[in-house]
Design a binder for this molecule. Structure first.
Ligand SMILES: [Zn+2]
Length: 258
């Protein structure tokens, strides 16, 4: 397997986004009542995976549209909470120009993960049915970015080894497994990429960055805090497995490539 980290710029957010313990106010991650000059800049990443016969993009990062029309693209609320920063050539569609992409797998549907989907056409894109339902319900968090996009839903089955009892062998050839993780959002998904005995995990915002699972730091936006704690402990356990080649987080400062 090969996994290449693609950084699609960054986002200016409250420091409560990666670590909710920095503030007491539950919704501090929105940046409300905080000075914009105190925002921190965190990278926005997606991952290009080659495994077996598959060429896959996991998440899509920011669209190239955010360079010119960020407010129109995101709407004021999402723009206010997570202002995009992206230089010329940094969008996933630009960095992967000419590379094959057979499928796009979404860890969840927050704006900094699905924005880049608007730069791709006719590529099968997967998410969980739980995430689609949650995005419909939580309009403030998800905004209008899912409009015009179509998704295949992942067919989960019961699995006692999965962190929350549900997994899917996405292509039926044991190269990519999806785990449902109701943590950061109701339908968040972790992808396990498998090559022989070796594996890597792409965890999205389950583990916003390496310190999240090393130190058990909870991110700002949460669907279920207890589930998130359980999930971070599970990821840490997986990282200690000698066959684990890497844990890929969407907002880590490390540029991990394997
Ligand atoms: Zn994110």
């Amino acid at each position: 397997m090969k996994i290449r980290t693609i950084q699609t710029g960054s986002t200016l957010v409250s420091n409560a986004v990666p670590n909710r313990a920095t503030h007491r106010f539950t919704y501090a991650y929105t940046g409300l009542f905080q000075r914009r000059s105190k925002r921190i800049e965190v990278p926005v990443k997606c991952f290009y995976v080659t495994v077996g016969t598959h060429h896959i993009l996991v998440d899509a990062g920011w669209s190239k549209i955010v360079r010119t029309r960020p407010l129109k693209h995101l709407g004021f609320g999402l723009w206010y909470a997570s202002e995009p920063v992206m230089a010329e050539g940094e969008a996933a569609c630009e960095q992967l120009a000419g590379q094959p992409i057979d499928a796009i797998l979404m860890t969840h549907l927050d704006c900094d993960h699905i924005s880049g989907l608007h730069d791709f056409n006719n590529i099968d894109t997967y998410t969980s049915a739980e995430e689609i339902a949650y995005a419909r319900q939580k309009r403030v968090r998800y905004g209008k970015l899912t409009r015009g996009l179509t998704f295949h839903t992942i067919n989960f089955t019961s699995d006692n080894d999965a962190p929350f009892g549900k997994s899917a062998d996405l292509f039926g050839d044991a190269t990519v497994f999806a785990y449902l993780t109701p943590t950061h959002s109701a339908g968040s998904v972790i992808y396990k990429i498998v090559d022989g005995n070796k594996f890597a995990l792409i965890v999205g915002d389950n583990g916003y960055m390496q310190d999240s699972w090393l130190q058990g730091l909870l991110p700002g936006p949460l669907y279920n805090a207890d589930n998130m704690r359980k999930c971070l402990a599970w990821i840490k356990g997986q990282s200690l497995n000698p066959d684990c080649l890497g844990i890929f987080c969407a907002h880590d400062t490390r540029m991990l490539n394997i």
